[in-house]
Design a protein around this ligand. Structure first.
Ligand SMILES: [Zn+2]
Length: 351
């Protein structure tokens, strides 16, 4: 029996014990976790309802520290940022003059996130809330209401950015797949350094409006970060122009802005939620490879997926990782580190 078939059988078993879906965080590593989950689900009678359960163990000590920073006793403005890239950008602009806290701990899936009581408390005591927008942070809807903070200023980092609606081919795994993620266009704008500049500008202006006494600092910090984004953009341009229209397959529709900016082509094979790769995903990937001239398959950092590995061998395509920055270190410089690693991966794959 092939791995694909084994996984298929195991998935069916999961259905039989009436656990339609038990998530494993960002792990999508094939058969062993499925067996483990199967045993777990039989033992627990499928009582898990919070998809984020068990994920907090993936947090780094810094992330835990950031998530539990108490309200500023220093008199600094308290700012909450939704998830990693927005936290990095906000922290870059705020520097030391405001206290920035992250709501979605790195390592936790933002697309399916459910707010915690701690999140409500954080928003209730904050002066500013910064979000990516474009429909990504669905969890905010009820959370902000529950926080009952009339003094809260919300910054939508994507104001003025024209969202893309599936510019790159997206292979849907199931016809009734919920398309909530893209109800307002694709939200992954932070992965294009040029649009990231716009997000920095929006965050800067929002922080200045909420805390004008630190205007000069916000301006200086934003200018410095934008300069770095500009040189990152030139690096991408110079490196990738040698291989135009390079086509790659992802299992997360995260890179259409990056692809458009640098004349690449993303074919996204998606299933939302896409925490586990299904045999249908694999079949879709095989037909996408046949249909398009595909140079590489990209999974994500920390994912060790046996199905993807055997698929890449069968298709004689390299399997590499491309980082959507939805998880990682909480230092603002991490953005550049991860994006430069992405550039190197793209350069190698597109040769
Ligand atoms: Zn995403």
């Amino acid at each position: 029996m092939t791995e694909v078939e084994q996984a298929s059988v195991l998935r069916k078993n999961i259905v039989i014990v009436n656990c339609r879906e038990i998530r494993t965080g960002r792990q999508r590593s094939g058969i062993l976790p499925i067996i483990a989950l199967l045993m777990l689900s039989m033992a627990t009678g499928c009582s898990q309802s919070n998809p984020n359960q068990g994920k907090t163990s993936e947090q780094s000590p810094q992330a835990q520290e950031a998530a539990s920073t108490p309200q500023a006793q220093s008199g600094k403005t308290k700012v909450v940022a939704t998830f990693l890239p927005i936290y990095l950008f906000t922290k870059a602009v705020a520097g030391d003059v405001a206290d920035v806290e992250i709501l979605v701990p790195p390592g936790t899936e933002v697309h399916e996130y459910q707010a915690t009581p701690g999140n409500i408390k954080a928003i209730a005591t904050a002066k500013v809330l910064v979000k990516n927008g474009l429909g990504l942070e669905e969890f905010l809807e009820g959370t902000v209401k529950n926080a009952q903070n009339p003094k809260l200023t919300e910054i939508d980092a994507s104001i003025g950015i024209k969202p893309l609606n599936e510019i790159s081919p997206v292979v849907k795994t199931t016809p009734d797949e919920k398309d909530h993620e893209h109800s307002q266009g694709n939200p992954h704008v932070w992965l294009d350094p040029v649009l990231a500049k716009q997000q920095i500008t929006n965050i800067r202006d929002g922080l200045i409006a909420a805390d004008s006494r630190n205007k000069a600092t916000y301006e200086a910090n934003a200018t410095a970060y934008i300069k770095e984004l500009e040189s990152l953009n030139s690096e991408f341009q110079q490196t990738l122009q040698k291989n135009p229209s390079c086509t790659f397959i992802t299992f997360h529709d995260a890179f259409p802005y990056l692809a458009k900016r640098y004349n690449l082509k993303q074919v996204a094979v998606v299933q939302i939620p896409e925490d586990q790769l299904s045999p249908t995903d694999v079949q879709n990937a095989v037909s996408a490879v046949k249909k398009y001239k595909v140079k590489a398959l990209f999974s994500e950092p920390g994912v060790d997926n046996k199905l993807l590995n055997s698929l890449s061998k069968d298709l004689k395509l390299n399997l590499r990782t491309l980082d959507s920055l939805e998880t990682g270190e909480i230092d603002p410089q991490h953005y550049f580190k991860a994006m430069k690693a992405n550039l190197q991966t793209l350069e190698t794959s597109c040769k």
